[in-house]
Design a protein around this ligand. Structure first.
Ligand code: KIV
Length: 273
Protein backbone atom coordinates (compact mmCIF):
# COMPACT_ATOMS: atom_id res chain seq x y z
CA UNK A 1 0.00 0.00 0.00
CA UNK A 2 1.32 3.44 -0.89
CA UNK A 3 2.15 5.74 2.02
CA UNK A 4 1.63 8.79 -0.21
CA UNK A 5 -1.70 10.52 0.23
CA UNK A 6 -2.79 12.21 -2.97
CA UNK A 7 -3.79 15.84 -2.49
CA UNK A 8 -7.31 16.36 -3.80
CA UNK A 9 -7.70 19.23 -6.20
CA UNK A 10 -10.55 21.68 -5.61
CA UNK A 11 -13.19 21.47 -8.35
CA UNK A 12 -15.43 24.16 -9.77
CA UNK A 13 -18.18 22.65 -7.63
CA UNK A 14 -16.18 23.26 -4.44
CA UNK A 15 -15.72 26.87 -5.59
CA UNK A 16 -19.43 27.35 -6.40
CA UNK A 17 -20.43 25.89 -3.01
CA UNK A 18 -18.51 28.65 -1.21
CA UNK A 19 -21.21 31.22 -2.12
CA UNK A 20 -21.87 33.22 1.06
CA UNK A 21 -19.35 31.07 3.00
CA UNK A 22 -15.64 31.30 3.74
CA UNK A 23 -14.19 33.88 1.32
CA UNK A 24 -12.38 32.44 -1.70
CA UNK A 25 -8.66 33.21 -1.99
CA UNK A 26 -7.67 33.62 -5.63
CA UNK A 27 -4.44 34.74 -7.33
CA UNK A 28 -3.01 34.68 -10.81
CA UNK A 29 -0.16 32.32 -11.71
CA UNK A 30 1.79 31.84 -14.93
CA UNK A 31 4.75 29.63 -14.00
CA UNK A 32 5.31 26.31 -12.23
CA UNK A 33 7.53 27.64 -9.38
CA UNK A 34 5.06 30.42 -8.53
CA UNK A 35 2.12 27.99 -8.70
CA UNK A 36 3.98 25.70 -6.26
CA UNK A 37 4.51 28.59 -3.83
CA UNK A 38 0.89 29.80 -3.99
CA UNK A 39 -0.79 26.39 -3.93
CA UNK A 40 -1.01 25.84 -0.15
CA UNK A 41 -2.80 29.17 0.32
CA UNK A 42 -5.16 29.70 -2.59
CA UNK A 43 -8.44 28.10 -3.61
CA UNK A 44 -8.35 29.19 -7.23
CA UNK A 45 -5.40 30.01 -9.49
CA UNK A 46 -6.10 31.98 -12.64
CA UNK A 47 -3.76 31.71 -15.59
CA UNK A 48 -4.79 35.22 -16.58
CA UNK A 49 -4.16 36.96 -19.86
CA UNK A 50 -2.59 39.59 -17.57
CA UNK A 51 0.47 37.40 -18.32
CA UNK A 52 0.82 40.00 -21.10
CA UNK A 53 1.86 42.77 -18.71
CA UNK A 54 3.06 40.69 -15.72
CA UNK A 55 5.52 38.48 -17.61
CA UNK A 56 5.88 39.59 -21.23
CA UNK A 57 6.07 43.38 -20.82
CA UNK A 58 3.15 44.00 -23.19
CA UNK A 59 0.99 47.13 -22.88
CA UNK A 60 -2.36 45.32 -22.80
CA UNK A 61 -3.85 41.83 -22.98
CA UNK A 62 -4.90 42.25 -26.63
CA UNK A 63 -1.82 40.67 -28.30
CA UNK A 64 -1.83 37.46 -26.22
CA UNK A 65 -1.98 34.35 -28.47
CA UNK A 66 -3.76 31.13 -27.48
CA UNK A 67 -0.63 28.95 -27.55
CA UNK A 68 1.04 31.26 -25.01
CA UNK A 69 -1.89 30.78 -22.62
CA UNK A 70 -1.65 27.02 -23.12
CA UNK A 71 2.11 26.92 -22.34
CA UNK A 72 1.62 28.97 -19.17
CA UNK A 73 -1.37 26.87 -18.10
CA UNK A 74 0.62 23.64 -18.58
CA UNK A 75 3.37 25.08 -16.37
CA UNK A 76 0.88 26.10 -13.68
CA UNK A 77 -0.73 22.66 -13.72
CA UNK A 78 2.71 21.13 -13.10
CA UNK A 79 3.20 23.41 -10.06
CA UNK A 80 -0.26 23.38 -8.47
CA UNK A 81 -1.65 20.25 -6.86
CA UNK A 82 -4.56 21.54 -4.82
CA UNK A 83 -5.91 24.76 -6.31
CA UNK A 84 -8.66 24.85 -8.92
CA UNK A 85 -6.88 26.14 -12.05
CA UNK A 86 -8.78 28.37 -14.50
CA UNK A 87 -7.41 29.66 -17.82
CA UNK A 88 -8.34 32.94 -19.53
CA UNK A 89 -9.41 32.66 -23.16
CA UNK A 90 -7.47 35.43 -24.90
CA UNK A 91 -8.94 38.20 -27.05
CA UNK A 92 -10.09 37.06 -30.48
CA UNK A 93 -10.41 33.36 -29.67
CA UNK A 94 -14.03 33.13 -28.46
CA UNK A 95 -16.12 36.24 -29.11
CA UNK A 96 -17.18 35.42 -32.66
CA UNK A 97 -19.59 32.59 -31.86
CA UNK A 98 -20.41 29.97 -29.22
CA UNK A 99 -18.94 27.34 -31.58
CA UNK A 100 -15.62 29.22 -31.85
CA UNK A 101 -15.58 29.58 -28.05
CA UNK A 102 -16.22 25.85 -27.64
CA UNK A 103 -13.37 24.89 -29.99
CA UNK A 104 -10.94 27.18 -28.14
CA UNK A 105 -12.09 26.11 -24.68
CA UNK A 106 -11.94 22.40 -25.57
CA UNK A 107 -8.36 22.81 -26.85
CA UNK A 108 -7.37 24.58 -23.62
CA UNK A 109 -8.93 21.95 -21.36
CA UNK A 110 -7.52 19.02 -23.37
CA UNK A 111 -3.97 20.39 -23.60
CA UNK A 112 -3.67 21.70 -20.04
CA UNK A 113 -5.89 19.62 -17.76
CA UNK A 114 -7.19 22.85 -16.19
CA UNK A 115 -10.65 22.85 -14.60
CA UNK A 116 -12.30 25.74 -16.42
CA UNK A 117 -11.95 28.75 -18.68
CA UNK A 118 -12.68 32.42 -18.06
CA UNK A 119 -14.27 34.72 -20.61
CA UNK A 120 -15.03 38.44 -20.48
CA UNK A 121 -18.52 39.85 -21.05
CA UNK A 122 -21.98 39.78 -19.47
CA UNK A 123 -25.32 39.64 -21.30
CA UNK A 124 -23.69 39.48 -24.73
CA UNK A 125 -21.71 36.37 -23.69
CA UNK A 126 -24.61 34.61 -21.95
CA UNK A 127 -25.46 32.46 -24.99
CA UNK A 128 -21.81 31.40 -25.27
CA UNK A 129 -21.59 30.58 -21.55
CA UNK A 130 -24.73 28.41 -21.81
CA UNK A 131 -23.35 26.68 -24.94
CA UNK A 132 -20.07 25.88 -23.18
CA UNK A 133 -21.48 24.75 -19.83
CA UNK A 134 -24.05 22.50 -21.56
CA UNK A 135 -21.14 20.81 -23.39
CA UNK A 136 -18.84 20.12 -20.46
CA UNK A 137 -16.84 23.35 -20.22
CA UNK A 138 -17.07 25.10 -16.83
CA UNK A 139 -16.96 28.88 -17.18
CA UNK A 140 -15.81 31.63 -14.84
CA UNK A 141 -17.44 34.84 -16.06
CA UNK A 142 -15.87 38.32 -15.90
CA UNK A 143 -17.90 41.55 -15.85
CA UNK A 144 -17.43 45.21 -14.88
CA UNK A 145 -14.15 46.61 -16.20
CA UNK A 146 -13.19 44.42 -19.17
CA UNK A 147 -9.48 44.73 -20.09
CA UNK A 148 -10.05 43.11 -23.50
CA UNK A 149 -12.32 46.08 -24.41
CA UNK A 150 -9.57 48.66 -23.78
CA UNK A 151 -9.51 49.75 -27.42
CA UNK A 152 -13.24 50.52 -27.64
CA UNK A 153 -13.39 52.10 -24.18
CA UNK A 154 -10.21 54.12 -24.73
CA UNK A 155 -8.73 53.08 -21.38
CA UNK A 156 -9.49 51.27 -18.13
CA UNK A 157 -12.51 52.91 -16.46
CA UNK A 158 -14.20 51.89 -13.19
CA UNK A 159 -17.61 50.38 -13.97
CA UNK A 160 -20.72 51.68 -12.22
CA UNK A 161 -19.43 55.07 -11.08
CA UNK A 162 -22.70 56.58 -12.22
CA UNK A 163 -25.98 55.02 -11.06
CA UNK A 164 -27.30 54.96 -14.64
CA UNK A 165 -24.82 52.19 -15.45
CA UNK A 166 -25.99 49.94 -12.61
CA UNK A 167 -29.05 48.22 -14.16
CA UNK A 168 -27.04 46.96 -17.13
CA UNK A 169 -24.15 45.67 -14.96
CA UNK A 170 -26.59 43.95 -12.58
CA UNK A 171 -28.28 42.42 -15.64
CA UNK A 172 -24.81 41.21 -16.79
CA UNK A 173 -24.27 39.44 -13.46
CA UNK A 174 -27.71 37.80 -13.52
CA UNK A 175 -27.29 36.76 -17.16
CA UNK A 176 -23.96 34.97 -16.62
CA UNK A 177 -25.28 33.24 -13.49
CA UNK A 178 -28.43 32.08 -15.31
CA UNK A 179 -26.30 30.88 -18.23
CA UNK A 180 -24.43 28.53 -15.89
CA UNK A 181 -21.16 30.28 -14.95
CA UNK A 182 -19.82 28.77 -11.68
CA UNK A 183 -18.50 32.12 -10.44
CA UNK A 184 -18.01 35.65 -11.72
CA UNK A 185 -15.12 38.12 -11.49
CA UNK A 186 -16.21 41.69 -10.76
CA UNK A 187 -13.34 43.88 -11.88
CA UNK A 188 -13.02 47.63 -11.19
CA UNK A 189 -16.64 47.89 -10.07
CA UNK A 190 -17.99 50.62 -7.75
CA UNK A 191 -18.15 49.22 -4.19
CA UNK A 192 -21.91 49.54 -3.50
CA UNK A 193 -22.71 48.04 -6.89
CA UNK A 194 -20.38 45.07 -6.30
CA UNK A 195 -22.07 44.55 -2.92
CA UNK A 196 -25.51 44.66 -4.51
CA UNK A 197 -24.48 42.16 -7.22
CA UNK A 198 -23.04 39.82 -4.59
CA UNK A 199 -26.39 39.81 -2.79
CA UNK A 200 -28.33 39.40 -6.05
CA UNK A 201 -26.65 36.39 -7.70
CA UNK A 202 -26.49 32.74 -6.53
CA UNK A 203 -22.86 32.24 -7.64
CA UNK A 204 -19.68 33.47 -5.90
CA UNK A 205 -18.48 36.93 -6.90
CA UNK A 206 -14.69 37.32 -7.00
CA UNK A 207 -13.69 40.96 -6.61
CA UNK A 208 -10.68 42.80 -7.97
CA UNK A 209 -10.99 46.46 -7.13
CA UNK A 210 -14.65 45.87 -6.25
CA UNK A 211 -15.93 45.22 -2.69
CA UNK A 212 -14.53 43.55 0.43
CA UNK A 213 -17.95 41.90 0.69
CA UNK A 214 -17.53 39.89 -2.52
CA UNK A 215 -17.45 36.12 -1.98
CA UNK A 216 -13.72 36.11 -2.76
CA UNK A 217 -10.88 38.30 -3.95
CA UNK A 218 -8.33 37.97 -6.73
CA UNK A 219 -5.17 39.95 -7.45
CA UNK A 220 -2.42 39.74 -10.03
CA UNK A 221 0.29 38.05 -7.97
CA UNK A 222 3.17 40.14 -9.35
CA UNK A 223 1.21 43.32 -8.48
CA UNK A 224 0.58 42.33 -4.89
CA UNK A 225 4.18 41.19 -4.42
CA UNK A 226 5.45 44.59 -5.60
CA UNK A 227 7.24 43.26 -8.68
CA UNK A 228 5.69 45.43 -11.38
CA UNK A 229 6.49 49.01 -10.36
CA UNK A 230 3.31 50.95 -11.19
CA UNK A 231 0.16 49.10 -10.14
CA UNK A 232 -3.56 49.96 -10.28
CA UNK A 233 -4.63 52.19 -7.37
CA UNK A 234 -6.85 49.48 -5.82
CA UNK A 235 -4.00 46.97 -5.46
CA UNK A 236 -2.82 46.49 -1.91
CA UNK A 237 0.81 45.42 -1.86
CA UNK A 238 1.63 42.58 0.50
CA UNK A 239 5.32 42.56 -0.38
CA UNK A 240 8.00 44.69 -2.00
CA UNK A 241 10.00 42.00 -3.73
CA UNK A 242 11.49 44.30 -6.38
CA UNK A 243 13.70 45.74 -3.62
CA UNK A 244 14.70 42.27 -2.36
CA UNK A 245 15.58 41.16 -5.91
CA UNK A 246 17.62 44.34 -6.46
CA UNK A 247 19.59 43.68 -3.24
CA UNK A 248 20.26 40.04 -4.16
CA UNK A 249 21.41 40.93 -7.67
CA UNK A 250 23.63 43.75 -6.35
CA UNK A 251 25.25 41.29 -3.87
CA UNK A 252 25.84 38.82 -6.71
CA UNK A 253 27.36 41.55 -8.90
CA UNK A 254 29.66 42.64 -6.03
CA UNK A 255 30.86 39.02 -5.51
CA UNK A 256 31.51 38.57 -9.22
CA UNK A 257 33.50 41.82 -9.45
CA UNK A 258 35.53 41.06 -6.29
CA UNK A 259 36.25 37.54 -7.61
CA UNK A 260 34.59 36.19 -4.45
CA UNK A 261 32.48 33.80 -6.43
CA UNK A 262 32.75 30.26 -5.03
CA UNK A 263 34.16 27.49 -7.21
CA UNK A 264 32.54 24.06 -7.59
CA UNK A 265 34.49 22.60 -4.69
CA UNK A 266 32.60 24.99 -2.35
CA UNK A 267 29.32 24.81 -4.15
CA UNK A 268 29.19 21.04 -4.03
CA UNK A 269 30.61 20.74 -0.50
CA UNK A 270 33.91 19.17 -1.64
CA UNK A 271 35.95 21.54 0.52
CA UNK A 272 35.17 22.47 4.11
CA UNK A 273 37.30 25.67 4.44
O1 KIV B 1 -6.06 38.32 -16.50
C1 KIV B 1 -6.26 38.49 -15.30
O2 KIV B 1 -5.34 38.48 -14.46
C2 KIV B 1 -7.62 38.71 -14.85
C3 KIV B 1 -7.81 39.11 -13.43
C4 KIV B 1 -7.50 40.55 -13.33
C5 KIV B 1 -9.16 38.79 -12.92
O3 KIV B 1 -8.53 38.60 -15.60
Amino acid sequence: MSIHTKIRRLTVRHIAERKGGEPLVCLTAYTAPMARLLDPYVDLMLVGDSVAQAIHGMESTIPVPLDLMIYHAQAVMRGAQRACVVVDLPFGTYEESPEAAFRTAAEVLKKTGAAAVKIEGGQKMARTIAFLTQRGVPVMAHIGLLPQEVNVKGGYRVAGRSREEWPSIIADAKAVAEAGAFCVVLEGTAEPLAREITAAVPIPTIGIGASALCDGQILVTEDMLGLLGKTPSFVRRYGQLDGAIGEAVAAFAADVKARRFPGPEHTYGLRQD
